[in-house]
Design a protein around this ligand. Structure first.
Ligand code: NAI
Length: 463
């Protein structure tokens, strides 16, 4: 085997690609990862981690602002955006170092540059910088884990300075913006609304559909809208943006709601209207001509083993569409490596927990009431208000609840929605329960710690 011949070459070092590399190396495969940017992908560089690092700062600011109600006076409180961003960069760098150290330990070759798939066993590699010559890298198997990027609809003025995607907003500098308009009330829009509301920015959300978080259970979106309205976040659903234009130092955002035109000013506009798979330029034109049915609307088509139409090429994560979450990409990558080694992937791809980091947090796993009804499943629903939970009262959290959905016939848990403190952690207990066919009584009969947010799961199960 030459230095550039491997058992597996992975294109993309996001949580799909790098975790797959760790598994592949552990299984004895000689593995290389091609990455043109920093390791960590969207999750670590432009997504999960940086947003939550900034949110930790905004959480501290919110907590301190409310200090007086808890007997703690904080004088001269202020938020320094530049230092918040600098700390976020430090967090990201620490985690990048961790991935690089692991690559070294597992003897995974990191090739910094761009990879283009030529055929089932060859990737043309163009190194970053001028030092090295482009060359072919060969492998028994190839995995494409190239992720996704923000989608910006063609709205007039979308290229004005100050109109940003989440990528740009994570590196904002200068003072905390006074006024922000967020286009799209989905996951990204709501998380940034939470951060900047807490830092004192006046927020307007413009969402095209009838409710916020349209991919989640409807009641979550409705409850969230109420919580946001209580905080004077201006939420417009069923509204569409028509243009952005410059108005002195501000951006004028024109939108239509119930057939009427309105204009709202902004220092910063966040466009968070969904993401698209990053697959352009990943395959040569000749390859795609030979495989005319390789993609569907920019997403790579795979079978249940994550194998593409070229059997030695696998694809996972946001590049194949589906649920665009870091933990889904990781699970797909691990199962794909198992398949390459002739084994059955052991990670369950159902149920997939999802979390929105708001205050309080929102999480969902398994089926919603509507989905269960669509599938003709008769259900029983239990809902517990978090206002009756000790920890919620202690922390004075906003309105929330836990809802458990079980099959009527045997009480097996099939879905759960949470809006409560630590929902991001609690949802894992419910994912394990759903994944293992536990009943609501199985949960009710296990002692949960008191006082805690998670005891509300037991309280819900006992209803
Ligand atoms: P999204 O699909 O969640 O939400 C986009 C929203 O924009 C939708 O509600 C849509 O109706 C609305 N929209 C689309 N075009 C519009 C227009 N012209 N005007 C007004 N509204 C419009 O997409 P989002 O929030 O950009 O997130 C992208 C991906 O990133 C998702 O797959 C999400 O799961 C993932 N993500 C996950 C996070 C988490 O797990 N905590 C955090 C952030 C992102």
């Amino acid at each position: 085997m030459s230095d550039y011949d491997f058992d597996l070459v992975i294109i993309g070092a996001g949580p799909g690609g790098y975790e797959a590399a760790f598994d592949a190396a552990a299984s004895g495969m000689k593995t290389a990862v091609i990455e043109k940017d920093k390791v960590g992908g969207t999750c670590l560089n432009r997504g999960c981690i940086p947003t939550k690092a900034i949110m930790h700062s905004s959480d501290i600011y919110r907590g301190a602002s409310a200090g007086a109600a808890f007997g703690v006076d904080v004088e001269g409180l202020s938020a320094d955006m530049d230092r918040i961003i600098a700390r976020k960069n430090q967090v990201v760098a620490t985690l990048q170092d961790g991935i690089l150290a692991r690559f070294k330990k597992e003897k995974i070759t990191l090739l910094q540059g761009t990879g283009v798939v030529k055929d089932g066993h060859t990737v043309a590699f163009s190194p970053n910088g001028d030092g090295e010559e482009p060359r072919d890298v060969t492998a028994d198997k190839i995995m494409v884990a190239t992720g996704s990027h923000p989608f910006v609809p063609p709205i007039p003025g979308a290229d004005l300075p100050g109109v940003m995607t989440s990528d740009d907003l994570l590196d904002i500098s200068g003072p905390v913006p006074e006024e922000m308009v967020i286009i799209g009330g989905g996951v990204i829009g709501i998380e940034f609304a939470t951060v900047f509301y807490d830092l004192g920015t006046k927020i307007t959300i413009i969402e095209a559909l009838d409710g916020l978080l349209p991919t989640m259970d409807k009641e979550l979106g409705r409850s969230l809208k109420m919580n946001l309205k209580k905080k004077s976040v201006d939420v417009h659903t069923g509204a569409s943006v028509t243009s952005f234009s410059k108005d002195g130092n501000k951006i004028a955002v024109a939108y239509k709601e119930k057939e009427k035109e309105f204009v709202v000013p902004a220092d910063v506009v966040l466009v968070s209207t969904g993401r698209r798979s990053s697959t352009a330029g990943v395959f040569t034109d000749e390859f795609l001509e030979k495989h005319p049915d390789f993609m569907n609307r920019g997403q790579i088509k795979v079978n249940d083993q994550y194998q593409t139409q070229e059997p030695s090429i696998y694809a996972i994560g946001d590049a194949i569409g589906g649920i665009m979450l870091a933990h889904t990409a990781t699970a797909e990558g691990r199962n794909a490596v198992a398949a390459m080694n002739g084994k059955k992937g052991e990670i369950r791809m159902d149920p997939v927990p999802s979390v929105i980091y708001t205050s309080p947090e929102i999480a969902q796993v398994g089926l919603t009431q509507d989905e269960a009804k669509e599938q003709g499943i008769k259900i029983k629903t239990r809902k517990f208000p978090m206002s009756a939970n000790g920890k919620t009262v202690i922390e004075d959290l906003d309105r929330g609840y836990i809802k458990l959905i079980s099959r009527e016939e045997d009480e097996v848990l099939i879905g759960a929605q949470l809006m409560c403190g630590r929902a991001s952690d609690i949802v894992a207990e419910l994912a394990v329960a759903i994944g293992n066919g536990l009943t609501v009584q199985d949960i009710a009969n296990v002692i949960h710690p008191h006082p805690s947010f998670v005891e509300a799961v037991m309280d819900t199960a006992r209803l």
